[in-house]
Design a binder for this molecule. Structure first.
Ligand SMILES: [Zn+2]
Length: 262
């Protein structure tokens, strides 16, 4: 491992990244896949996306990713992400096993063990949640549309209502995503966000900070700031390590963020 990673972030053969803090949580498996170490074209590790969910490479890559994490591929819970604010409560492990093509949602929470909640991204923000007191995990896909609709607050609110989680006990981990350095958007996007998370560029263009947005929304939902960690790497700046929709177009691969209780 030669690459300099942000403090507190570790990688396994550049195939996935983890938080060294989260690795100490008993019984929790978590990871953010990178684009490296797969069996697809150029050995890329696409775990979903535009090539089609049933593509052989993606299935093979998912098995490889699970094998490296020591989990059974049948435990993967994969949603059809639609950039909305729906957060599903997963009540039984039968719901895992294959792609839930019909289950349209951008967040999931569960108390079930051996159920791996996953989020697929190529620029959008994946957020993992863990309540060690009530033993609840969550995974949220927070692109700009879902962030504007408040999906993070929705996830925390459902954890409170259904599992009696106290946000003050919860931990959050923000994965790799496009940074404010590269995420240029127009007035149509910016009008949904507070001025604290964007900068105006020339000629009516703006740069939106999706990570800071996620951080503020987690904090406003009651998670203590010391319990909010982030990977802190921009996907578009590091296309040797990550897939980036903005930098490479819609046909690029997808990475997977994963959290599971054993
Ligand atoms: Zn960047």
């Amino acid at each position: 491992m030669n690459r300099a990673l942000p403090a507190g972030i570790v990688s396994t053969e550049e195939s996935f990244l983890q938080s060294s803090h989260w690795r100490q949580f008993n019984g929790i498996i978590h990871a953010f896949s990178t684009r490296n170490g797969g069996r697809g074209a150029d050995d890329s590790l696409s775990l979903g996306g535009s090539q089609g969910e049933d593509s052989g490479d993606i299935e093979q890559n998912r098995r490889l990713f699970c094998q490296r994490l020591g989990i059974d591929p049948s435990s993967l819970f994969i949603m059809k992400q639609v950039h909305g604010k729906e957060v599903v409560i997963v009540e039984n492990t039968d719901q895992a096993g294959s792609v839930r093509k019909k289950l349209e949602a951008d967040g999931a929470i569960t108390q079930k063990k051996n159920l791996a909640l996953t989020i697929q991204t190529a620029d959008c923000v994946p957020v993992l949640l863990y309540d060690p007191i009530r033993q609840v995990i969550g995974a949220v896909h927070s692109g700009w549309r879902s962030a504007a609709q408040g999906i993070i607050a929705e996830a925390l609110s459902k954890m409170k209502r259904h599992f009696r989680s106290n946000p003050a006990d919860c931990h959050a981990l923000i994965g790799p995503s496009i940074g404010a350095c590269c995420y240029e958007v127009g007035e149509d996007v910016i009008r949904h966000f507070p001025v604290s998370v964007w900068n105006r560029m020339e000629s009516e263009r703006y740069r939106l900070d999706l990570c800071k947005t996620a951080y503020l929304q987690l904090s406003q939902s009651g998670i203590k700031e010391e319990n909010i960690l982030q990977v802190g790497l921009c996907t578009a700046c590091h296309t040797d390590l990550f897939f980036s929709y903005r930098a490479e177009g819609p046909n690029t691969g997808r990475m997977m963020a994963l959290v599971m209780m054993q």
